[in-house]
Write a protein that binds this ligand. Structure first.
Ligand SMILES: Nc1ncnc2c1ncn2[C@@H]1O[C@H](COP(=O)(O)OP(=O)(O)O)[C@@H](O)[C@H]1O
Ligand SMILES: [Mg+2]
Length: 254
């Protein structure tokens, strides 16, 4: 089983869009897929049209160590463990020495053994939830946008990945930097894109061949709470995500 964490402590870089769209495409390619929403903002949960109230969530799994009923089926082919606004306090509650192992340990439960792929949508912070996600993962994918601040904080994310590899998960591989929301080239975006290989190198990886183009369809799908692939599977970003799926599959990540 592969466990793919989608990580970047910056918000707005496409973590949730990438997590939900890859989960959808993999499920529709016949894989048994579980999406885990590790962000207290619950965007993946909302997009997947499941509840985070009145149901068992990732909070129950991690804090109460209760895995019964935390899996919900979506109408889109994949299953999900919902996010929870209470995860905002996860870093305080998971401050013990061994707490970075809590997700890894829970996912070893036989309840999760039938999945081919688990995708973790991680929070926009370098806290315990991210460290726990990286500790549980086999691969980490880093989405980035080509904006002025793209490079900001990548050194700290690279340190979190390297620390995880050194102390808690020697099997973690960074499978690539994914350029998202790629717009018509400007001088600035071209300059930033030229610098991406160097950023990827800090993470011990390369920039993926596929980039995801910016299109209003992504925002429309989100507003309609529809998976991108159901809203418009012919739009540029949908085509790019299909190609990304093929590229990651050829690398053995999915
Ligand atoms: N390829 C894209 N084209 C246009 N808008 C996008 C694209 N990818 C993401 N977005 C939009 O950018 C915002 C941030 O994306 P999201 O996936 O939520 O990022 P994150 O989870 O990293 O915060 C959302 O409003 C989303 O609809
Ligand atoms: Mg998000």
């Amino acid at each position: 089983m592969n466990i793919l964490a989608i990580a970047n402590q910056k918000g707005g870089v496409g973590k949730t869009t990438t997590s939900c769209t890859l989960a959808y495409i993999a499920a529709n390619d016949g894989k048994r897929v579980l999406l885990i929403d590790a962000d207290a903002q619950c965007n993946s949960t909302d997009t997947s049209r499941v509840n985070s109230d009145g149901v068992s969530t990732l909070y129950d799994l991690l804090i109460n160590k209760d895995s019964t009923d935390c899996i919900q089926h979506t109408n889109f082919g994949y299953d999900i463990i919902a996010g929870d606004p209470l995860l905002r306090d996860a870093d305080k509650l998971l401050s013990g020495f061994a707490d970075v192992f809590v997700l890894k340990e829970q996912l070893e439960n036989e309840r999760f053994a039938s999945y081919d792929l688990i995708i973790i949508d991680t929070p926009p912070a370098l806290g315990t939830l991210l460290m726990a996600s990286l500790t549980a993962a086999s691969h980490v994918l880093v989405p980035m946008t080509a904006d002025r601040y793209a490079a900001q904080g990548i050194n700290r994310l690279a340190r979190s990945v390297a620390d995880t590899q050194k102390y808690t998960n020697p099997n973690l591989t960074c499978c690539g930097v994914l350029l998202t929301r790629k717009a018509r080239p400007t001088k600035l975006s071209q300059k930033i894109e030229t610098g991406l290989p160097e950023l990827a190198e800090q993470l011990g990886t390369t920039v993926l061949e596929v980039a995801i183009r910016e299109t209003v369809r992504v925002r429309e799908a989100q507003a309609a709470r529809e998976p991108l692939m159901e809203w418009d599977n012919t739009c540029t970003a949908a085509q790019d995500y299909q190609m990304l799926y093929v590229e990651l599959k050829s690398k053995g990540v999915l």
